[in-house]
Design a protein around this ligand. Structure first.
Ligand code: ARG
Ligand code: ZN
Length: 849
């Protein structure tokens, strides 16, 4: 791989396919190491784009090939084969052999715990058979599976089955990335859903024996999603059957294959004793996400992979709306903002920054990012704000009408909105092409009753992009009376389109207090240094729940920065305000839990760096501990009673209200354990009858280094449950003291049950360590060497997994020269390795630059 520079693919080079496919027939004769795949594909030349005939194919052993029944001898290329073919419709037939058992990349057809399954997005189908593996080639699929295994599934409807075989037909033309096959000794938990027009759909969740009792929540989430998409978007399901399968070894969360969604077991299996409230919420959202893809992704797919955000940004936005409706909208918005700011803003500020619609890539799997997904979703939210709810839903109807059955582009998407509002959105399009988080600097003047808000917009340089144009930003704001605390008039939406905007308000008696970017409606960084004094006011008077939380967040962050840079930390008014909010029973407990939360150590490091400083991970860690202790001490008198009050009695329910109480109770437990040496946490651990409380108690104990007994008890109880044990692994690397973290991770990786070919297990240990900032960034560089060693090892088998984890190095330029040198050494060591994957090569090269 070293000497052949991997090929870079550019959006601007797009050309339509030279040959189109009408119908695909596949026959699989399954075998662990020598599965035979026979294909019969009806091709016809694309009249609009004449060109040569080429098929993708990787890791395939071609047994035979023919055209219209005549054997042919294709020429092999780097990524497949080519052949001269008739300039008229023809039938291509081929037989290939593949080896699912040795496929640890988990792309294409592979074996997971004795079960055959597939992952074809983005380009896995080419590991199954020769095919034009690109999303703008859509065809109907008929699939025959031959195997002794009892359950044989593929897309669409079951058209026949017998001893050792089954046949499936999917009437909806689809790109190859939506193909799926599953075969195994599986059980199903089923139900039905009747659509608005009266179609009865058979729903089933397929799992391995022993997991049947963990399917109910996903099944229920599926039904809620189906009803919601009918109600809110008017979208009905379009087959008689919808299957979900849980797979132990899976690179991502889940996959929206037509009628046969395949899920990481962690994203589908749920029970109160093994899953946390957060797991329940995540499963509900992922089930919804994959289901929603049926319209935004499958019925309308992407022309090419540069348009990935067309389906992902929109589908994330839809699943966020769904969760807001099922649970609490303000809480959901804050959770999404936390994720966006900690992960996407970080990505956008570093060497891996790329536009929501990238312009080139080497390996598309490296672009399933928080930028494409989460920033992509934010763009939809902004569009909705700009055009208004009514126009938004009309535009969506037009989108479904106009593009059903298409492989579409972002231009198509924006055009639908332009046509709906009869306006020009070309400036808004810049959000798709310019990387980097816009920064809005805010200053104010007040004179003779006139208040001016001066907003200056800049977008930082990012790799390959400088001198950016201002974005079209919908900025929601309101003014408050400084003396009464009352909001002055309605919330206003300002359309910022220039680098500098002045908002003027006249006839005011006093200088008002500003509330900006309400609801966090625009994914930007507000530089409000000049408004810092407003935060305590906001805690008391804000009418926007996001901005009220934001005020607390900002004060906490500044307090941590102050502590980490050797200053005194927050003062009394902060603690008093916090105490007031935590006890305010008019506030949702979930919201109060968020108010009590701290930004991550990584967020603080980024903030210090952006302010021109050099973050010291150890000092940041100590600051977070010190602040927790101070908060605990300040709340000392109210902690036990409030903790008791937040206990939920009776049957466990994962719905928002109980979840919120547990979230607050467990936040308080974390504080309590700082004062009582872990007594309350140990009691909670011993009595816990659900995983939320059990794992929270374990975390509380581990955080104060009193967790050894609980850790052993937990292991004894759960050693046979892979998913629960992942929590046990990550709890340890995540909470280890900075000086012990790498050693803890190393010890865990030496265990028999550390199966690193299982992505969930690998991520549990490594992700926990990386999140443990001060541990990962240990001064001697042990964390860096440890991660690099593992990346090299994992890359040889599962490049996607290694490439994702390598992003832990993306922040390296924040740190001091010594740490930078240590990291650089590791990056260079990785790059020097022979036969490094295309995935990891691209990632490390981008990070290194
Ligand atoms: N489309 C899937 C989703 O719902 C993600 C699959 C990505 N897989 C991959 N190997 N890149 O978001
Ligand atoms: Zn998706």
């Amino acid at each position: 791989m070293k000497d052949s520079t991997p090929q870079r693919i550019h959006l601007s080079d797009y050309t339509p396919p030279a040959y189109l496919v009408d119908e695909v027939h596949l026959t699989f004769v399954l075998d662990p190491t020598s599965t035979r795949v026979k294909s019969r594909i009806a091709f016809r030349p694309n009249p609009d784009a004449p060109g040569t005939f080429a098929l993708h194919g990787e890791h395939l052993d071609l047994i035979s090939a023919s055209i219209d029944g005549e054997p042919v001898d294709p020429a092999f290329t780097e990524d497949g084969l080519t052949l001269s073919v008739p300039e008229a419709p023809f039938i291509w037939e081929a037989e290939v052999e593949i080896s699912p058992e040795t496929n640890k990349a988990l792309e294409g057809l592979y074996l997971s715990n004795g079960m055959y399954c597939t992952q074809c997005e983005a380009q896995g189908f080419r590991r199954i058979t020769y095919y034009p593996d690109r999303p703008d080639v859509m065809a109907t699929f008929t699939v025959r599976i031959e195997s002794d295994l009892p359950v044989l599934l593929s897309n669409g409807n079951l058209t026949g089955r017998g001893d050792g075989w089954s046949e499936w037909h999917d009437p909806w033309p689809k790109p190859a990335y939506l193909f799926a096959l599953v075969a195994g000794d599986l059980l199903d938990v089923h139900d039905t859903f009747t659509t608005a027009s009266g179609r009865e759909v058979q729903l089933a969740v397929w799992v391995r024996k022993g997991d049947e009792h963990k399917c109910g929540w996903a099944l229920n989430s599926l039904k809620k999603s189906m009803a919601w998409d009918e109600e809110v978007y008017g979208r009905e399901y379009d087959l008689d059957i919808f299957n979900i399968v849980a797979v132990d070894d899976f690179n991502m969360g889940a996959m929206e294959n037509k009628g046969l969604n395949i899920f990481n077991a962690s994203a589908v299996l749920a029970s109160p004793d093994t899953s946390t409230d957060a797991d329940f919420e995540r499963i509900e959202a992922i089930v919804a996400h994959e289901y929603f893809h049926n319209w935004t992704g499958n019925r309308i797919t992407c022309r090419d992979w540069f348009q990935l955000c067309l389906k992902e940004g929109l589908t994330v936005f839809r699943d966020q709306q769904f969760t807001s409706d099922m649970r609490s909208a303000p809480v959901k918005r804050i959770e999404d903002a936390i994720l966006l700011r900690s992960r996407q803003f970080r990505e956008d500020a570093g060497p891996l920054a790329h536009p929501v619609r990238p312009e080139s890539f080497v390996e598309i799997n490296n672009f399933y990012t928080v930028t494409v997904y989460e920033k992509g979703a934010e763009l939809i939210g902004m569009l909705k704000r700009l055009v208004g709810d009514d126009a938004y839903y009309r535009a969506l109807d037009l989108y479904f009408d106009r593009h059903d059955g298409d492989a579409a582009t972002i231009e198509d998407w924006i055009k639908v909105f332009e046509d709906t509002i009869d306006g020009d959105l070309s400036q808004f399009m810049l959000w798709y092409s310019q990387a980097g988080t816009p920064r809005l600097t805010v200053t104010e003047t007040f004179e003779d009753g006139t208040h001016e808000i001066i907003l200056e917009q800049t977008i930082p340089n990012t790799p390959g992009q400088t001198n950016k144009h201002p974005h079209h930003i919908p900025l929601a704001f309101a003014l408050f009376d400084p003396t009464t605390g009352a909001q002055l008039g309605e919330e206003v939406l300002a359309d910022l389109t220039e680098a500098r905007t002045v908002l003027r308000h006249e006839g005011l008696e006093r200088k008002p207090v500003l509330s900006l970017n309400r609801g966090f409606a625009a994914p930007i960084i507000l530089d409000t240094t000049s408004l810092a004094d407003n935060r305590l006011f906001a805690l008391a008077n804000e009418t926007d729940s996001f901005n009220r939380w934001e005020a607390a967040r900002s004060l906490t962050r500044d307090g941590l920065i102050s502590l980490a840079t050797g200053e005194g930390g927050p003062d009394d008014p902060y603690f008093d305000a916090l105490a007031g909010l935590v006890q305010d029973d008019t506030l949702d407990p979930a919201y109060r839990a968020l108010i009590l939360g701290q930004p991550s150590q990584d967020d603080i490091a980024q903030a210090i760096f952006e302010a021109g400083g050099t973050p010291d991970p150890l000092l940041i860690y100590r600051a977070t501990e010190a602040l927790r202790l101070r908060v605990a001490q300040r709340l000392q008198d109210i902690l036990p009673a409030l903790y008791a009050k937040m206990q939920v009695h009776g049957v466990y329910s994962p719905e928002a209200s109980d979840t919120g109480k547990r979230a607050l109770a467990n936040r308080l437990l974390g504080l309590l354990s700082r004062l009582d040496g872990g007594t309350a946490a140990q009691i909670q651990f011993d009595r816990a009858d659900n995983m939320t409380n059990q794992i929270a108690a374990l975390h509380a104990l581990l955080s104060i280094d009193r967790g050894q007994t609980a850790l052993a008890a937990f292991e004894a109880q759960w050693r046979d449950d892979r998913l629960v044990m992942n929590k046990w692994f990550s709890a340890q690397t995540g909470t280890a003291a900075p000086e012990a973290a790498v050693a803890t991770a190393r010890t865990l990786t030496e265990r028999e049950d550390f199966d690193w070919t299982n992505p969930n297990r690998f991520r549990a240990v490594m992700g926990g360590l990386i999140a443990n900032s001060a541990g990962f960034h240990a001064e001697d560089g042990a964390g860096y060497t440890f991660l690099a060693d593992w990346l090299l090892k994992v890359d040889a088998k599962n490049p996607q997994l290694a490439a994702r984890m390598s992003a832990a190095f993306e922040t390296w330029k924040r740190y001091d020269a010594d740490r930078q040198d240590l990291i650089k050494t590791q990056l260079d060591r990785i790059l020097a390795k022979d036969s490094l994957s295309r995935d990891l090569t691209e990632m490390i090269s981008r990070i290194r630059n």
